[in-house]
Ligand binder design. Structure first.
Ligand code: DX5
Ligand code: ZN
Length: 221
């Protein structure tokens, strides 16, 4: 069983310099990142396109970090096997996407990857309730997905983090609670206080003067 109280810092490659991906991955690892977060966007589920499985496969041999793949795509059921082949360790799909959620989660686990379920700021917590006993991670989006560099949406999202923690306790479950979007050395403390333990951060880490120092601050905040 994974330790869902340990704070995990996950730099998000979306905010890296893509002309120097190998160096940026090495930088995140050397700075003390725990997982590397990879945002896949298809231009349908979100109004932006990022990268696909070939990119994940290119990153895989460059790092020993856990690859935490976040699929912001309309048909995660169709495409997730490509990300398994590419070397993902963890795959998170959205509850709002067009698929049989329970079936996709089961298949991701069956592939040997850890499975996560993500919920958008405008969605109700009740949407994820049916699947909480079948996941390794609950991702509460703290911005509307699609772009890095947005502001943390505290009011819309912290109640869902707290609900995820309360549900986990009540039902004796052990999923991680991850937050993603607008996380920095200040908002990390708010998310942590509500019960999140996995902190995804793009802009605030890759654009920091000293990434190692920012990671250390996020670990302690
Ligand atoms: C948003 C992505 C995030 C993004 C976070 O759609 O899911 O992972 O990289 O970036 P920052 O930390 O810049 O808000
Ligand atoms: Zn993400």
């Amino acid at each position: 069983m994974e330790d869902c109280n340990r704070r995990i810092i996950a730099p998000s490659i979306l905010a890296a310099d893509w002309g120097n991906v190998a160096a940026e991955v090495a930088r995140a690892e050397a700075a003390g990142g725990d997982w590397l977060h990879l945002d896949v966007m298809d231009g349908h589920f979100v109004p932006n396109i990022s990268f696909g499985p070939q990119f994940v496969a290119a990153v895989r041999p460059r790092t020993g970090l856990t690859l935490d793949v976040h699929l912001m795509i309309e048909r995660p059921d169709v495409y997730f096997p490509e990300f398994v082949k590419a070397g993902a360790d963890r795959i998170t799909v959205h509850v709002e996407a067009q698929h049989d959620v329970g079936d996709t989660l089961k298949k991701i686990r069956g592939s040997g990857c850890k499975c996560g379920l993500a919920i958008n700021p405008d969605s109700d917590f009740a949407l994820v309730e049916p699947w909480l006993d079948q996941i390794d991670l609950l991702l509460v989006m703290t911005v509307r997905p699609g772009f890095g560099g947005q502001a943390f949406m505290e009011a819309e999202t912290m109640p869902k983090v707290a609900a995820g923690k309360a549900w986990r306790q009540k039902h004796g479950l052990s999923y991680h609670i991850e937050v993603d979007g607008g996380i920095d050395t200040e908002t990390v403390a708010i998310a942590g206080a509500h019960g999140a333990n996995v902190m995804v951060a793009g802009t605030s880490l890759f654009k920091a003067a000293d990434m190692a120092e920012s990671i250390e601050l996020m670990r302690e905040a």
